[in-house]
Structure formats: structure tokens, C-alpha cells
Ligand binder design. Structure first.
Ligand code: NAD
Ligand code: AKB
Length: 318
């Protein structure tokens, strides 16, 4: 049988998908990477290769697309994120769990070969050690999003152990990028702040000034994602999900870093319901297992990310 060369990205119009599709296309060829989402994609994604409208919960259509494009690898990004999920509890649970089941089942049946599914720092909860949170520790999430991610991790490991499904996963921290906007998360402030700063507008932060969270610059996240998918199977020793880390900061530290470039930038703080979510998450992560097992290493620091974000967004605004 011919090798399955197609790659399907589900949830390709979101914050990560927009950049991941372009990263995969430049590596594997534009025609081999099929973008799919409920909603339309960025012009860059639409013009550079195939796009299919897909509701991942429509199992029949998912199957048709996989067969039509000879898909071997699936990147499943479709999910409702932490803040939105608290407003839409059952839809979030259904999407975050059944989307994963449908893809895991296709791999179990040998229809696809390999799956990438992202987890999150949201698997941790208020009883987790906050600083340098270990790979394996107390995980008692208090959000529907975190509960769905923790359950997803357990199912990924189960499908690997029981059926040999080659599924790989990273626990992303908050992701920051300039190419696409975030969609309903608690870490979104760290992207929104840059858009206000380059437009010379004050920023009202929905988290308090000293809320420290782990974060990562998007180029590092895309490199980690493609990296764990390309590494030899034997090196992927954790089949639930790997901690990966970039840097960590508080809103006031990020604002101070931005002020090094835009001295009159102003920030105020008005915490809302997302504060409780952020307070339940780690402040920093220990990602030594990812470093040891498959050679993960971040490139970007807070300083480098801030300078890069501002230079790209300033070009866009001016
Ligand atoms: P996003 O909200 O920006 O994008 C999700 C995409 O999924 C959207 O384009 C949406 O239209 C699509 N979608 C929603 N329902 C769908 C359905 N039924 N069928 C098909 N597509 C559907 O999210 P993101 O930030 O790109 O996150 C992608 C994944 O990474 C998620 O699983 C998320 O939990 C995880 N993650 C993200 C971050 C982050 O900081 N962005 C951090 C940790 C984990
Ligand atoms: C969110 O804030 O919900 C996401 C995440 C850390 O999973 N960015």
C-alpha cells in the first residue's frame, strides 16, 4: 500500500493552526498539508494549499477527508480554551473529548498512522506545586478545560499502551505570537497587550499585576510541535503529555519589558473571572524530561520575544 503522505490539521484557523500549517507546508510541501476548521482560514493558509471546512464532530466527513487526501498524520488542535469553556461547559467537554476520541479511533483502526494532540498547563490545579512544576505531580484541575485536557492525556496514554497508537503531546504554556489572535484563553492578555502597545493605547489587564504564568513564543511552540512528531518513536517515552517551557513572567514584568521599547505605554489592572483560573495554574514548569528524552530546547527569552513581537507588529500598524 502507498505510504500515507498527507497531513491534516484540524482547527487550522486558530492561534496555533494558522502558524503550524505554514510551518508544516514549508517542511513537507504545500499540497501535502490539508488545513481544516469550522471557520475559514487566513489568506496565507487559503492561498498556499488545500483547505476543507470540517466540524471534527462530524465523524463521517472527517473520515472522508482523511481517505481523500491519503492522510497519515493528524494534528488535532480544535478545542474550546479555558475562559470560553467556563462559559460553555458541555459543548467544551464534547468538543475537547469526542474530537480526540474520533481521531484516536482512526489511528486504532489503522486509518491514520500518527497523531499530535496538545495538552496544557491547565491539567494542573491549586494543589500542584507552583514553582518549577514537575512532569509528574498532583494534577487536580478545577476548570472544565483542565479536566478535559487531563482526561485527554490519560486517554492518549491508554490508546498507546492498549492499541499501540502513536500519539504525541505537549503541555503548552500560554502561547504568544503576532500572526494570529488567541481564542478564549486565560493567557490571551499576553498577546492583547502588544496590540494596544503598538497602537499607542493604554491596556487594561484582566489579571492582577503579580500573576506569574509560564509562557512561550510561537516560533518555539511550532518547532517543539513538529520536533516531537519527527523524533523516533522510541524517544517519546511519555505518551500522556510532556511539560515544555519557554519563560515565565507577570503582567507588570511584561509591561516593564514593553516600556523599554515604548516608554509611555500604560497598563491598569482589573481582574475578572480569569484571575481564579490563572491562580490555579503553575507559575513555572520543569521541562527536563522533554529536554532529556527528545532534545527539546527553547530559543526565545522574554526579552527576545518582546523585541520580536514589537518589531513585527509595529511594521503591521505603520
Ligand atoms: P484557538 O481557539 O485559537 O483555535 C481553535 C480552532 O478550532 C478555531 O479556529 C476553531 O474555529 C476551531 N474549532 C472549534 N470547534 C471546531 C470543530 N468542532 N471542528 C473543527 N474546528 C473547530 O486555539 P489555539 O490557541 O490555536 O489552540 C489549539 C490547541 O492548543 C487547543 O487544543 C488548545 O487547548 C491547545 N493549547 C493552546 C494554548 C495557547 O496558548 N494557544 C496553550 C495550551 C494548549
Ligand atoms: C488558555 O489560557 O486557556 C490556554 C492554555 C494555557 O491552555 N492559553
Amino acid at each position: 500500500m502507498a505510504a500515507k503522505t498527507g497531513i491534516l490539521v484540524i482547527g487550522a484557523s486558530g492561534q496555533i493552526g494558522t502558524e503550524l500549517v505554514m510551518g508544516l507546508r514549508s517542511r513537507y510541501g504545500t499540497e501535502n498539508v490539508v488545513a481544516s476548521d469550522l471557520k475559514t482560514a487566513s489568506t496565507e493558509v487559503l492561498e498556499s494549499g488545500p483547505f476543507e471546512q470540517l466540524d471534527v464532530l462530524d465523524r463521517e466527513r472527517l473520515h472522508q477527508i482523511v481517505v481523500h487526501y491519503n492522510i497519515g498524520q493528524v494534528y488535532l488542535l480544535a478545542a474550546l480554551l479555558s475562559a470560553t469553556a467556563e462559559q460553555k461547559v458541555m459543548p467544551a467537554w464534547n468538543l475537547n473529548m469526542y474530537g480526540l476520541f474520533y481521531v484516536l479511533e482512526m489511528a486504532k483502526e489503522g486509518i491514520v498512522d500518527k497523531i499530535y494532540w496538545p495538552s496544557s498547563i491547565a491539567v494542573f490545579g491549586p494543589n500542584t506545586p507552583k514553582l518549577n512544576t514537575p512532569q509528574s505531580t498532583i494534577a487536580e484541575p478545577t476548570t472544565v478545560y483542565g479536566i478535559s485536557k487531563l482526561a485527554g492525556e490519560r486517554w492518549c496514554e491508554y490508546y498507546f499502551n492498549r492499541y499501540g497508537v502513536d500519539v504525541r503531546s505537549l503541555r503548552y504554556p500560554g502561547l504568544i505570537g503576532y500572526k494570529s489572535n488567541p481564542g478564549g484563553g486565560t493567557t490571551d492578555y499576553a498577546v492583547d497587550i502588544f496590540h494596544k502597545a503598538v497602537s499607542a493605547q493604554p491596556f487594561e489587564c484582566f489579571l492582577s499585576e503579580n500573576t506569574r504564568l509560564p509562557m512561550m513564543y510561537m516560533p518555539d511552540a511550532i518547532r517543539a510541535t513538529i520536533g516531537i512528531m519527527e523524533v523516533e518513536s522510541e524517544k517519546v517515552k511519555i505518551r500522556s503529555s510532556y511539560n515544555i517551557s519557554g519563560f515565565d513572567f507577570t503582567p507588570v514584568e511584561l509591561a516593564d519589558e514593553i516600556k523599554k521599547h515604548i516608554s509611555d505605554f500604560q497598563i491598569t489592572y482589573n481582574p475578572d473571572f480569569r484571575q481564579a483560573i490563572a491562580d490555579s495554574w503553575p507559575s513555572s514548569l520543569d521541562d527536563s524530561r522533554a529536554r532529556e528524552d527528545w532534545g527539546w530546547k527553547n530559543d526565545y527569552s522574554l526579552e527576545m520575544m518582546t523585541a520580536d513581537m514589537l518589531s513585527h507588529l509595529t511594521t503591521t500598524v505603520s
